[in-house]
Design a protein around this ligand. Sequence first.
Ligand code: AMP
Length: 469
Amino acid sequence: MTKFTDLNLDAKVLKAVAETGYDTPTPIQAGAIAPALEGRDVLGIAQTGTGKTAAFTLPMITLLGRGRARARMPRSLVLAPTRELAAQVAENFDAYAKYTKLSKALLIGGTSFKDQDKIIDKGVDVLIATPGRLLDHLERGKLILTDVKIMVVDEADRMLDMGFIPDIEEIFKRTPFTRQTLFFSATMAPEIERITNTFLSNPAKIEVARAATTNTNIKQGVVMFKGSAKPKEPSEKRALLRSLIDAEGTECSNAIIFCNRKSDVDIVAKSLNKYGYDAAPIHGDLDQSHRTRTLEAFRDDKLRFLVASDVAARGLDIPAVTHVFNFDVPSHAEDYVHRIGRTGRAGRSGTAIMICVPRDEKNLDDVERLVKETIPRLEVPNAAPAATDTEEKPKRTRSRRKPAAKSEAKPDETAAPTGKAEEKPAEPPKPREERPRGGRGRDNGPKIIGMGEDTPAFIALSFDERAKI
Ligand code: AMP
């Protein structure tokens, strides 16, 4: 079996790798590092959790070992689709380059241009960036890419989903033709194929198996659920989520709960908190420092439930998630693979439970076709949502007092169901899309309708009815 020491990596890199405790490269590392060190382009078809960050970081550090960066002219560039993912690459870089003198800059939205300019002005060896922020710097004339020797594109399929492909093409065009390209994507959609044909030259192609089709450590299940009436379905679904969590008991020490829409991320997180579950939301409309704090709390076991959108959670390296709950069936089947890949990592076992309402059944078919298996159907847990609701419902929800906190965006469980205008559980304002430029961000989901058949459930309920749910 190949060891890191067989791979021609710089001794300083090997020392740092040894300190992480890894001695055997993962398949994507074993396949990508050697051709990358030979200066070849690499096309890695691998998803997060396979060790692909080290697959490009280790050779990059080795190759950049010699030479010095000039002001405003980075020697290498790593593009990642989200701020968190870019920050994670930067963390990996810091760990693996700790015995070298290489410098890096992280260019992501949510931090000041001024501070970033200062670092770039000094000259950096490695620039790690999200495409939008990088283009902003380029357009301001503060950055020149003509000295880039190595360019990495990470999570290209997610770049495609977020509408970043034109930005990526633009960035490619601003780097020298002679650069080396290391390109990673979980899937090879036709558009991704086109980009690789255009910008990669005779790449070494390394493909590693998809986690969802091979990772037998993950126990999967889906609950087919139909609300008692359409308007009641959202709150009943949240009650079902609570009972699914309860049914897992202490086994569920921490979990990521995925929602398709940012608005639901907020609502589900607030709702869980109201019922005493320690939860926080993470999505693209929350400011960067807030997102970072939430993630740190989750990583440090200070937060039990992370409620997330696909884009925000993409690629996050959180080692020990025991459970993934899919509050919605993802509308893009491949997201199911990414979502459940957050659990059952590094040889641990994990559980992935999904709720499927009738309108999501087509999405469920797509998921099952993609993963080539039927996801076991689960019964609704014995502890019926209704019982949980009644017992745990915070007292103040029974009073007619207007809830004290910010009046907007109350989850429906918490508003007194009197039908009074000010107590309407307004869905949070429809957020901006995560991505900064044009294209189809998917996070926002379908338009939220507030009236008619879709009138929020509680409006139609009396106190007594509510208590019975
Ligand atoms: P990534 O796919 O880059 O997000 O990495 C997923 C996880 O695998 C991270 O927690 C890495 O620290 C870990 N990892 C990376 N390389 C190895 C390795 N050779 N052996 C074991 N774990 C690794």
